[in-house]
Write a protein that binds this ligand. Structure first.
Ligand code: HEM
Length: 452
């Protein structure tokens, strides 16, 4: 009698037949030529969103740019492009090949799966991000935030402390590790992976991959125990999760998804928290407004921050969204075309590298009037009229699984921070950002955190 597999198999998908090297047959598409070797990198890299917005005015919604050794990429711009690529009703766009740069690190993570194969893994992971699970994560997260913050001095490097805090949260709430000498190596390895994950081949990449191997081994040892435990962390939930036929994820898939979630969760949230804190530090009026909101919540709900209370922080939520609009942590959403398609009269061949830029629509005055103005109230009053114009978390089949987790984490951190500290920039106005690979301070941003 044939036995039914207890693990979900990998399903073959159309993008399996794409080759590692994307097509170079893109010369029929318009676009700025740039340097023979660097392409448009010198204009593009300092602020990709701004460069693409300017280039769009000249070339329209479909053009190519050359980045990093002049490899041409097809840029699709505007809400119709976002809708076409992210909803992808015809299965034309591969995320697996779009995100090829991280494939060596997390080959089986959900973002690196396409179509039917992606759907079955995503279905398994969705319950890990539902309110019932988030409620339990917040119960673990709030004391971590409180204790970390109590130890912060009155002058800090904003990005460094927020990165450390989000790393603690990722390891303790997501992976279920406790701090201590035995787990210091795990902390170090995760930090090394995250610092090197987008590095090009060379020493940094080699170092990152070795740290990934050690981290994977540490997670594998834990997995044997998590398979039969009742822990409240996300790793344990993933280990015991089954589909409607009672099948579960293989050991390899659980480990890949875990590493992938740690990667997706950490730097993005640290980036958003940093830009929020800097914005708050230079805007005492908004800072006072959000502090009042947090105090109101504490008066009504007591000392423990519970998940059900978070929707009583609407202004904090609006501030978060406005920050994401102007400083989307991920400035590019990459894909590879599986087959030839047309967009606004242009023919784009199969196996073409495609890029979407959230900042294009985030700064379009048609959707966000006076877009250079930082104005959280635009989100407090009404949601954006066109859903595909606001895409800091993507949209469609690969839309961020951790979107509500991220919003919860940001609120948990700001709640404790604003109740206890007053934020001020050590050097007002003196901050600049790098945008690639993620938005983060170009130089150290020092914050004064006076106890209140
Ligand atoms: C402010 C914080 C965050 C931002 C801006 C963000 C942004 C994004 C974006 C734009 C995507 C879609 C990428 C694409 O379509 O190619 C994505 C996917 C994803 N994110 Fe996030 N993310 C954040 C936080 C998190 C957190 C906290 C977690 C987990 C705890 C997480 C887990 C994931 C996963 C698993 C995916 C892949 C989903 C799929 O392929 O089906 N993210 N994120």
């Amino acid at each position: 009698m044939a036995t039914v597999s207890k693990e979900i198999p990998r399903l073959p998908v159309a993008s399996d037949r794409l080759s590692r090297s994307p097509t170079r047959h893109l010369s029929h598409l318009p676009g700025p030529q740039g340097h023979w070797f660097l392409g448009n990198s010198r204009d593009f890299l300092p602020n990709p969103g701004r460069y693409i917005r300017e280039t769009r005015q000249r070339y329209g919604n479909c053009f190519t740019v050359g980045v990093l050794r002049n490899r041409r990429q097809v840029v699709l711009a505007g809400p119709a492009a976002n809708r076409l690529v992210l909803l992808d009703p015809e299965g034309n766009f591969s995320s697996r090949w779009g995100w090829e740069v991280v494939h060596a690190y997390f080959p089986g993570m959900v973002l690196l799966r396409d179509f039917a194969d992606h759907r079955q893994h995503r279905r398994m992971m969705t319950p890990l991000f539902k309110p019932a699970a988030l409620r339990r994560y917040l119960a673990r997260m709030d004391p971590i935030v409180r204790d970390a913050m109590a130890a912060w001095p009155e002058a800090v490097d904003a990005y460094a402390v927020l990165k450390r805090l989000t790393l603690d949260i990722a390891l303790r709430v997501v992976a279920g590790f406790e701090p201590g000498p035995a787990n210091e190596a795990v902390y170090r390895d995760l930090a090394t992976v995250l610092d090197n994950v987008l590095a090009r081949p060379g020493v940094r990449r080699w170092r990152g991959l070795r740290a990934r191997d050690r981290l994977r081994r540490a997670l594998r040892v834990e997995l044997a125990y998590r398979r039969s435990s009742a822990g409240e962390d996300l790793f344990t939930h993933l280990a015991v999760q089954t589909d409607e036929s009672g099948r579960r994820l293989s050991d390899g898939d659980v480990l890949d998804h875990m590493l992938g979630i740690l990667f997706a969760a950490h730097d993005t949230t640290a980036s958003a928290l940093t830009t929020m804190c800097v914005r708050l530090a230079e805007d005492p009026a908004w800072q006072a407004r959000l502090r009042d909101e947090c105090r109101g919540l504490r008066e009504d709900c007591g000392e423990t921050l519970e998940y059900a209370f978070l929707d009583r922080l609407p202004l904090t939520d609006a501030f978060f969204r406005e920050t994401l609009r102007q400083y989307s942590p991920l400035q590019m959403v990459p894909r590879r075309s599986v087959r030839e398609f047309r967009f606004e009269g242009q023919r784009i061949p199969a196996n073409a590298p495609i890029l979407l830029f959230p900042q294009v629509t985030h700064f379009d005055p048609e959707f966000f009037p006076d877009p250079e103005r930082f104005d959280p109230l635009r989100f407090a009053e009404a949601p954006p009229p066109e859903p595909f114009a606001f895409i800091p978390f993507g949209r469609g089949s690969h839309m961020c699984l951790g979107m509500h987790f991220a919003a919860m984490e940001v609120k948990a951190v700001l709640y404790r921070l604003l109740l206890n500290r007053e934020l001020r920039l050590a050097e007002p106005g003196g901050w600049t950002l790098d945008y690639v690979p993620l938005v983060r301070p170009a130089r150290r941003i020092r914050l004064h955190l006076r106890r209140v």
